[in-house]
Write a protein that binds this ligand. Sequence first.
Ligand code: PMT
Length: 222
Amino acid sequence: FGEQALRGKKVVVSAGPTYEDIDPVRFIGNRSSGRMGFAVAEAAVEAGAQVTLVAGPVSLATPAGIAKRVDVRSAAQMHAAVSEAVQGADIYIGSAAVGDYRPNTVAAHKLKKHDGADLTLQLAENPDILASLSAKQLHPFLVGFAAETQNVETYARDKLQRKGLDMIAANQVGEGLGFETADNAITLYWADGSQELPRADKAALARQLIECIASRYKAVRG
Ligand code: PMT
């Protein structure tokens, strides 16, 4: 990044999973380790950006040069933290795997088994962080991620449009790629274009991703 493609830009990155509590000892989560998002945040710092990192429950050290890290647990907490962090920001990159649903109620005490009977959890839909940002008149350049196991382009383009995004980074999950892994492979889509970033370790991939985001950002926002 000799040219510091994001110099002076304010960038917010979300990373990791969210945990939706069921009772004091159980939760609904997912397999995101935060590695992709932390690599993206680090690459944005290298590109000269002032970076706020909103992290779900992960066990990763804060990359050097991050201006601010906010740790959250649930999707609701991530929503609140991101909404605050994006004020005055130029770019938001949502690499977090946000839980789509949360238990309707969180039990005050540990749930007990009842003689082999089924247990039914009622789930309520979480608000979509990206969609809530794009619904506002003034919002940062929005980059989403899409983790898919099939029909990657169709689902990614649908999310690009439905969530009102500027770009989406789609990754096929499986075969040593995506969640928890060292490597990833991404295809970036925007309204009238796409770019493939072939399999590489997440740090290398994040640098290429940030380069593409910076060049689209310049094309769209000047
Ligand atoms: O953390 P790692 O182990 O390194 O793995 C990286 C990753 C696979 C988690 C990452 O590369 C990735 O793909 N992240 C998005 C995973 C995902 O679950 O996407 P989604 O299809 O549920 O959501 C699409 C987009 O909407 C994402 O940008 C997500 O942050 C956003 N979203 C989703 C739900 C919600 N309530 N609010 C959101 O903003």
